[in-house]
Write a protein that binds this ligand. Structure first.
Ligand code: C2E
Ligand code: MG
Ligand code: MG
Ligand code: MG
Length: 289
């Protein structure tokens, strides 16, 4: 169960190994200053309910607007940030900014949606994530029910008892927890049963396999959906790009989906416009599908 992230990782390694040493150091130094210089921005991608076609949430995805190199995607700089110990401040900025923006949209009278924030394993492990989240909510005034945290399976390899109690603390506050990129890690299914989580996100690589032509291609997506259903977890498909994928997911009673078929991650202004046109935006798409 593990081919999914490889291309991303290789590209990243290729990128960094390929840079000469001074290029890399320059990049690291720039990244150290990126938060303070206000060079990070968030894009937002809608999460759509498959049964109603309504927008039911959004995921915040970070981008780095490098002053000379242009926009740098997270698969390049998040691993670099981990290596140089900058993931803490970057992750904290993302958390606060997503809460702040969500609260601002609510205050403007736009439909209230839950915002999902990606957490890296080290953020979860070393930072006091419960305190960080409490502070972010208190300072921005966002209610906990409008925040979801996405963690990957690799978190489960860490001290399981501590992970479970941290997740439980977060859930008690009213925050939702999702396992991201599900199926690409090495988590044992017995751990999965013990974890206090609300949803599983099927990795894009398995959704990509669905072309509508071969049943074998659908095997893993099907298995993950039925696993989630039997564990009474909500299931979200990532990377839905085609009508065939949408159709398959509807037939499997998958709960929610994200993907270019509906919308790419959008800059703040564009996402606000989308929100302003209402949560029913995609209902027509579903009916026609
Ligand atoms: P992820 O959390 O699994 O996010 C989904 C990724 O799939 C996003 O890439 C999104 O733009 C992309 N995507 C969504 N729909 C489609 C589709 O239909 N087709 C295709 N080809 N791609 C689609 P992005 O924004 O480049 O982010 C990549 C990864 O970087 C994220 O994967 C997440 O693991 C990480 N990341 C992003 N923002 C943050 C952050 O604030 N903190 C941390 N720790 N990681 C982040
Ligand atoms: Mg995610
Ligand atoms: Mg994912
Ligand atoms: Mg993914």
């Amino acid at each position: 169960l593990s081919h999914a992230k490889e291309s991303g990782r290789n590209r990243c390694r290729f990128y960094t190994d390929d840079m000469d040493n001074s290029g890399r150091i320059e990049m690291e130094n720039a990244l150290r200053k990126a938060v303070d210089r206000g060079e990070l921005i968030l894009h937002y991608q809608p999460k759509v309910d498959l049964a109603t076609g309504k927008m039911v949430g959004m995921e915040a995805l970070v981008r780095w607007e490098h002053p000379t190199k242009g926009q740098i995607p997270p698969y390049v700089f998040i691993p670099l940030a981990e290596e140089i110990g900058m993931i803490g401040p970057i992750g904290e900025w993302v958390l606060r900014e997503a809460c702040r923006q969500n609260k601002q949209w609510q205050d403007q009278g736009l439909p209230a949606l839950c915002v999902a924030v990606n957490l890296s394993v080290s953020q979860f492990q070393y930072g006091n994530i419960v305190e960080q989240v409490k502070a972010a909510l208190a300072d921005t005034g966002l209610d906990a029910e409008w925040l979801e945290l996405e963690i990957t399976e690799s978190i489960i390899i860490q001290d399981t008892e501590k992970v479970i109690s941290t997740l439980r603390d977060l859930q008690m506050m009213g925050i939702r927890i999702a396992i991201d990129d599900f199926g690409t890690g090495y988590s044992s299914l017995s751990y999965l049963k013990k974890l206090p989580i609300d949803s599983l996100k099927i990795d894009r690589s398995f959704v990509k396999d669905i072309t509508g032509e071969l049943e074998e291609e659908e095997t893993i997506a099907k298995a993950v959906i039925s696993l989630a259903q039997s564990l009474k977890l909500r299931v979200v498909a990532e990377g839905v790009e085609t009508e065939a994928q949408l159709h398959f997911l509807m037939c499997q009673n998958c709960d929610m989906m994200q993907g270019y078929y509906f919308s790419r991650p959008l800059p703040v202004e564009e996402f606000a416009q989308l929100l302003a046109s209402g949560r029913d935006l995609f209902a027509g798409v579903r009916v026609n599908a």
